[in-house]
Ligand binder design. Sequence first.
Ligand SMILES: *Cc1c(COP(=O)(O)O)cnc(C)c1O
Length: 378
Amino acid sequence: MTVSARPDARRNASPYLYGPEAEAIARVLEGGQYGHTDITEEFERRIADFLSVPDAVAVASGTAALHTALLAAGIGPGREVIVPSMTFCATVMAILAVGATPRFVDIDPATLCVSDQLVMDALTDKTAAVMPVLFGGRPIDLSAIQEELDERGIVVIEDAAHAFGSRHDTRRVGANEAVLTCFSFGPIKNLTCGQGGMVIPRTPAEADTIRRIRLLGVVQSQGERANTTSYRVDSFGLRYQLSGLNAAIGLVQLDAFQAAEDTRRHLWRTYCDALAPLDGVTLVDLDVDQAVPHLCQVRIPHRDAVFADLRSRDIGVGVHYPPNHTQPAFAAWHRFLPATEQAGQEILSLPFHQHLNRTDIDLVVAALEQALKSVGGL
Ligand SMILES: *Cc1c(COP(=O)(O)O)cnc(C)c1O
């Protein structure tokens, strides 16, 4: 049997638009204000309501969310931040951006996430923050060690770029008031603004700090803008605001988010059933009632050969992620992380996005089975 992929199965990930996004952007363009606008603030309020949190601060990207969260938590040079090596490089770059030192930590092989014990074992007297990554959408609960972290003055900053909409018990990720949560609304995330990010701060002071940073530290009341030739720069800042154009996309996506949850869960369950009969293939499990799945990952033998074979069949496979502690840019902080290194050689991300249907998934799984046979993995 030869398998030829439908266009949707050729992509590993893909943004999903619900329809009204283009019209929403057109309205912003016609309004003539493209920067930080009322629409950005409306988007913040709507996200805060959706998550049942007091406040949410919009920024230009998930990377900017992580960077500003670290700044708001006062993390800087000479301090260490515990971070899993198994994450997108952006998490590590945010730590370097504040001049702190990443301390790479291993993962639980079953979830690809950090655990209480792994975090505790990695603590040093320089540890200033822990950045758990909610891999694939899995919520992470560090509440068993929260008190200990609080006593040592260690801040938890969640990288929830994969996990918008996921729940922990009855609450959405972001609603834990003990931690700062950072979301990405990049092109292929569960909810997209085109580009964008959001920080859920712990306190009004943190929210205020991030709101200053994202507008270059410039303070200007409406009256001042009209009546003076000058403006005031109060503090350090960057061009990190979320434009109204991007926020308008996000508002449409938030209105439609129930469809994202339902479709992603349905696709994940479909993969789960289709993969079950395959020997030698382990699905990286998640609790699909709690998580809004962001990736569908398997662990397989001969991953590189299977990857090449599937790519030659036009199946959009990927690897999330090559471990960061083995990347040249982060060589100074290399440590031996056995579970991460093994996962790095075995994980394969199957096409996972809301354009897929049952036919695509059957085709991907059939191609995976063929690829495994042809490289001798079954
Ligand atoms: C996407 C992503 C980021 C960065 O978000 P951007 O919006 O692309 O800047 C950070 N961490 C993880 C795990 C991501 O997947």
